[in-house]
Design a binder for this molecule. Structure first.
Ligand code: FA5
Length: 345
């Protein structure tokens, strides 16, 4: 028997013993490199085959092949065993304890502006108003001209405007242009609509004013619509929104698109009318502008002012949410601080 065969047999035994020691897939891979790889012990040993006498080579070669196959087979079995052990260990480490209480999945919630907006719109819907959607990007004509703001009239400066690169196209500064759109769609039928939506004003941001905010516009046009209907509808609204017994007051005001015009205030719910930062120490919160639709605006909407009359109002949605939930600063609404959104929603 040649020396090489003895070495092969020793390698076989040694390799099997080493393989039995492996515990992990990584270790079996390393073992493969040590014995069967291109620079492994078996390959190295077999380079001696060429030095053997010609007649011995076939038998030794055959035995070498058998050993190689046997080692490959043993490796396959060992790898299957270690993979199984590893899987079992991983499963038991990550084991599911079905008796543990479940984890509550995170769910979204409505933004306080959405909640307040829906609440406001819902109250008016129950009084028979339809919801009318109008665009957020408007023409200067719709936002101002048709609402009776004369060109260059100082009233335009009441609402600092964001312009687009086309000076005739602006971000609407209030929901009132929707009045014209709704009237033009329905005239000469009587209408009762509310128009909720986003508005922009190029203003200094303070505790009471944002650059982007939401309004709800209200509009009623018909044959015998009076100022006292407006008062009745708004009283009903405030009692539904803030509970019976709320105090409101009308102050005379000016809007180019209403005549007469009023500012509607509610007693401050934060301080109960005592005076605080929110109400600028007056005890009253300014909630909305309102008034009888100006005859020129009725006409621009397609109604004959000799036959039809109407009133309109516009209120800030955030201001309602502030009142209802005792928030003292409008800037929280769009800061996107989740702690605020979770607390108030
Ligand atoms: C108007 O915007 C009128 N279009 C309202 C109106 C409609 C009058 C129909 C008559 C008839 P005013 O600028 O006052 O009016 O705004 C109405 C309300 O929007 C305010 O009372 C306030 O609640 C809200 N608001 C106005 N500017 C801001 C702002 N920068 N940030 C937050 N809310 C605002």
């Amino acid at each position: 028997m040649s020396e090489l065969v003895t070495q092969l047999e020793e390698l076989h035994t040694g390799a099997l013993a080493a393989l039995a020691q492996t515990q992990t897939t990584d270790e079996t891979r390393a073992w493969h490199g040590d014995y069967l790889g291109r620079k492994g012990k078996l390959t190295t040993l077999l380079t001696g085959l060429g030095q053997l006498p010609r007649e011995e080579r076939p038998a030794v070669g055959k035995r070498a092949n058998e050993i190689k196959l046997a080692l490959e087979q043993a490796l396959e079995e060992r790898q299957a065993a270690t993979a199984h052990d590893e899987m079992t260990a991983a499963l038991s480490a990550e084991g599911i304890d079905v008796t543990l209480p479940g984890r509550r999945p995170l769910t979204g919630r409505y933004h306080p502006t959405t909640t307040a907006g829906r609440e406001i719109v819902g109250i008016f819907q129950r009084m028979g108003f339809y919801v009318y959607d109008a665009p957020e990007v408007e023409t200067d004509e719709m936002n101002f001209g048709l609402l009776n703001f004369a060109p260059g009239h100082p009233a335009r400066e009441m609402q600092d405007t964001f312009f687009t690169t086309n000076p005739d196209v602006i971000l609407r500064t209030h929901t009132s242009p929707g009045q014209i759109r709704a009237m033009r769609e329905y005239a000469p039928e009587p209408i009762r609509v509310v128009l909720p939506g986003k508005c922009w004003r190029n203003e200094d941001v303070t505790a009471r004013a944002e650059m982007m905010f939401y309004q709800v516009e209200g509009l009623a046009v018909g044959h015998n619509i009076t100022f006292s209907d407006l008062k009745g509808v708004l009283l009903k609204f405030f009692n539904e929104m803030y509970g019976e017994g709320r105090k409101i007051r009308f102050r005379k005001s000016y809007f180019p698109f209403t005549e007469p015009s009023v500012e509607v205030d509610v007693d401050c719910v934060l301080c109960g009318g005592q005076g605080c930062r929110m109400c600028k120490y007056t005890g009253w919160l300014e909630i909305m502008g309102a008034g009888m639709v100006h005859p020129v605006v009725l006409q621009n909407g397609g109604y004959d002012p000799a036959v039809f009359s109407g009133w309109a109002f516009g209120m800030g949605i955030e201001r309602q949410a502030i009142l209802k939930r005792g928030i003292d600063d409008i800037r929280y609404f769009y800061d996107n601080d989740v702690r605020f959104l979770e607390r108030v929603a």
